[in-house]
Design a binder for this molecule. Sequence first.
Ligand code: SAH
Ligand code: SF4
Ligand code: F3S
Length: 449
Amino acid sequence: MSKLYWIETWGCQMNDHDSEKMAGILSGLGYDPAREAADADIVLLNTCAIREKAEEKVYQALGNLRAAKQAHPEMIVGVAGCVAQMSGKSVRERSPWVDLVIGPRAASRLPEHIARVQESRGVVDTTLYQDSLLRVAKPVRQSGDRRKAYVTVMEGCNKKCSYCIVPTTRGREDSRTIQSLLEEVSGLAEEGYLEIEFLGQNVNAYRCPETGEGLSDLLRRAGEVAGILRLRFATSHPLHFGSEIIRAMADLPEVSPYMHLPVQSGSTRVLKAMRRGYSRETYLAKVQELREAIPDITLSTDIIVGFPGETEAEFEETMSLVREIRFDQMFSFIFSARPGTAAEMLPDECPAGRKTARLMELQALQRGIQLEKNQALVGQLREVIVESPSRRNPAELAGRTPGNRIVNFRATGAVPGDLLTVSITSAGPNSLRGELVEREEELACSGAD
Ligand code: SAH
Ligand code: SF4
Ligand code: F3S
């Protein structure tokens, strides 16, 4: 009987894709996917350390695994990802039934570590190897038949945002060669993938180590690969986001009119304390340049409320920025102090309840804006790639527009990966409803025959 693996993943898309690559490594070792954690010979938790809550979830999951491990002592329990990197051997001190602690840039060493665990038990590897998962074996893609694939172009972050644990967990920036990326994209196109998302913690900092080409060159060259209909990239840092990328986006029909540009705060004073390297005004200027070049761009952002020392007036500056820009999507968080970061020790007098109230206020504002912006799309046509059955009604399908909006609609016979045109019929704050256009026309034609 073959050996089985189970991987659970938290965190960002980079982590999702790292899990796909770890699944690829395990599959190369003869493991098959298990149906549940309790059946597996190896369980890997691919973790996120971005906020304290994300970290707590890992320890809860480890608690749940304890019984399975007792019932099946040969099971290898591994903690991978950013909590593994941040906490190292203290993961095993806290949860002694963990066999393996392996940081994101050591995950390529899985085969040898599994062998060591099988001999003696207990491996901790948090080395920030240069030849990290960036360059490993063929991933087992979890996207099923969605025909959308992630490709990591660079890893690590050389920024030092004062609140952020990522530079500690992912190490210094390291980019893949453009040649290896284009080979991967061509291979994916041949396999039938329509959509590629280029990933990097600071994706604008991508630079081919051999030719010096940057992200805009990569987009231009990937756009030439036959069969690839949509290209996206994340996450962009506003400081490095500029005219070259905007021009590539405007020139290339394959690059989706979607931009995730985390602003974090609307207050220049807070941005400075966050060490973001730009002001409210320069951020606004970049958005203006982007919108002038690509008027129908979907703009999304991340915002942190309750950064230490954020005053009521500074929070109001974030609210006014959101009113001014009117983002299409937003991810918002309450500041969480992370170990070893510059902001960890900053004095913070704002009560937790007030921070929660700020988050609620911001989210209510955003919900209203999103609803208005989505309603303005009613009556328009959009091309969608079908992703999956709709979450609310499995009899319907969910598709994604080029601008990254979800549309739910009925279409008998359509399957994930299909490219269809829908007419938007109604809108909520988080999704759209639509009706299939092309199929009806086809039916009308066949009816006339
Ligand atoms: N590479 C990405 C960062 C990913 S983290 C980038 O540079 O944008 C995703 C988001 O989590 C960040 O944009 C930020 O809004 C939020 N975040 C990061 N550290 C945080 C912290 N300590 N507390 C609260 N939110 C945080
Ligand atoms: Fe973190 Fe800042 Fe780097 Fe983004 S740019 S990963 S927020 S340090
Ligand atoms: Fe989390 Fe690490 Fe990604 S901390 S957000 S999994 S880079």
